[in-house]
Ligand binder design. Structure first.
Ligand SMILES: [Zn+2]
Length: 293
């Protein structure tokens, strides 16, 4: 399941390829034919993300809501010269394409989404009211997440994955951020200190944008520092060539405090990293280091 930063990155790619221009919209597979017909030839105003949900605004209060789910893909690729201006049906498809967006120079094919729906602005507002705050959104209010978390008897490691409490955080960030603050993952939300929640929130708000820029989850202090320094110096990788969102090779070495390190020594105290299923995903933690609440 993609974490929220990948959906924000996808929104950025859609904007760079299509925003401000009129687009052709089709459903080669046919399952979104009615919605595609309504969106066809409208101006794609802007794409945005809230957690793992993608919202694309078209002129005339028409919105597309996409959730990729476990297997969905939405690559944005440049059109070869000879296909620019071609009819969308004349561009070859691979697999079952639910939704296709074609602009002047790019095509985006959505395959296998959990959700692909035509909605109104009001429906989006109603939907996002049920979602927790997303640290990648400038309008995010961490107190809304705290209000839910601090009333819950469920473990914090479960609550951090609950999209109604906090939107966009997946398994890697939840494990790593709990370790970074030495928080006991099994502590019920209502026993967590507000200052702990705030520290976790601020940390995620600092780490997630690095995931958007580098297409890589960075949680190690040295890598976070290096990435922030590169960005500050204007030396972060450029996005112009990586519209597809495919992995382009890791810019930083792929390493974490705990993630997928079951049985290996904790990088801080040396005791064995533990793991067990929690909220549908494998939780990794250090029983010695993580005692705080
Ligand atoms: Zn440890």
């Amino acid at each position: 399941m993609p974490e929220g930063h990948t959906i924000h990155a996808l929104a950025g790619r859609l904007n760079r390829a299509f925003a401000g221009g009129s687009v052709r919209v089709t459903s080669p597979q046919g399952r979104f034919a009615g919605g595609a017909q309504i969106l066809d030839r409208r101006v794609l105003v802007e794409a945005g993300a809230w957690g793992k949900n993608l919202f694309v605004e078209f002129d005339g209060d028409a919105w597309l809501h996409v959730h990729l789910g476990l297997i969905g893909l939405f690559p944005v690729v440049p059109l070869p010269e000879d296909l620019r201006g071609a009819d969308p049906e004349d561009i070859p498809t691979t697999g079952a394409v639910r939704l296709r967006i074609v602009g002047d120079g790019h095509v985006a094919d959505l395959r296998g989404p959990m959700t692909c729906a035509l909605v109104t602005g009001d429906e989006i507002a109603a939907f996002t009211r049920r979602l927790g705050p997303d640290p990648l959104r400038p309008d995010a209010d961490p107190d809304l997440g705290w209000a839910k978390l601090s009333r819950s008897t469920r473990p914090i490691a479960e609550l951090l994955m609950d999209q109604a409490v906090l939107a966009g955080v997946g398994n890697v960030y939840r494990c790593e951020v709990l370790f970074r603050h030495r928080v006991d993952p099994m502590r019920p939300g209502k026993e967590i200190r507000q200052s702990t929640w705030r520290a976790i929130w601020d940390d995620l708000a600092a780490m997630l944008p690095l995931g958007v820029v580098y297409h890589q989850i960075l949680t190690m202090d040295d890598q976070i520092e290096a990435a922030q320094a590169e960005i500050a110096a204007g030396q972060a990788p450029r996005h112009t060539a990586d519209l597809t969102g495919e992995r382009l090779g890791d810019h930083f070495e792929r390493r974490f405090f705990l993630y997928k390190r079951t049985g290996e020594p904790c990088l801080v105290c040396g005791s064995k990293v533990r793991s067990k299923p929690l909220a549908g995903r494998t939780l990794y933690w250090c029983g010695r280091c993580q005692r705080r609440r």
